[in-house]
Design a protein around this ligand. Structure first.
Ligand SMILES: Cc1cc2nc3c(=O)[nH]c(=O)nc-3n(C[C@H](O)[C@H](O)[C@H](O)COP(=O)(O)O)c2cc1C
Length: 173
């Protein structure tokens, strides 16, 4: 099997594993907002609360996350597909095409397209092949009810069940 075929088989495999969708945001060295669409977010440890995200080597967002030392994950709701496309698309002026604000710490929040944001301090970076695995210690969570946006089989979908407000805190620090 050629490496191209192997990569395609791997892409097919992972496309059959649907996930939620987030936009990872941070600030570059000029304090300009940077961000990219990500599906590779996973919980790493519960104590301390730590998640991981895999970012492509060479990505402007990875550079910003690395230099700033912290980042936000903006979990997109069912109306956030446009934002997912903007933050994975070719237009470099991504933040001009969505509504966003700076949190108290200065990190960009996608306040209209996301139903939850978590701010993370970079606690480790592991370079593996063409991506960097970035560990983020979660130090702030803002969460509202919202139907999560999903991505799988190369298309977007909304979580199919009704979302109840049980045990969804509005803000946890
Ligand atoms: C649904 C979806 C999920 C994605 N997940 C990731 C991911 O987890 N990691 C990654 O590096 N790129 C991912 N991408 C691709 C990036 O969003 C895309 O390459 C983006 O342009 C990178 O931005 P930047 O390099 O300008 O920071 C995903 C794209 C889509 C559409």
């Amino acid at each position: 099997m050629t490496s191209g075929t192997r990569q395609q088989r791997y892409r097919d495999l992972m496309s059959a594993f649907p996930t939620g969708i987030a936009v990872v945001t941070s600030l570059d060295t000029e304090k300009q907002p940077r961000g990219m669409t990500c599906s590779s977010i996973t919980s790493a440890t519960l104590d301390p609360p730590t998640l991981l995200v895999c970012l492509r080597i060479g990505s402007a967002t990875l550079q910003a996350v690395t230099s700033h030392g912290s980042f936000t994950i903006n979990l997109l709701h069912e109306g956030g597909q446009h934002a997912a496309e903007v933050f994975s698309g070719p237009d470099p002026d991504r933040f001009a095409r969505v509504t966003w604000k700076q949190s108290w710490s200065g990190l960009p929040w996608l306040v209209e397209d996301a139903f939850a944001m978590a701010e993370c301090q970079v606690s480790g970076i592991l370079r593996v092949g063409d991506h960097a695995v970035v560990l983020g210690a979660v130090n702030m969570i803002y969460q509202t009810t919202g139907t999560p946006l999903l991505y799988g089989l190369r298309s977007f979908a909304a979580w199919p069940q009704p979302v109840t407000s049980d045990r969804l805190p509005l803000c946890v620090e």
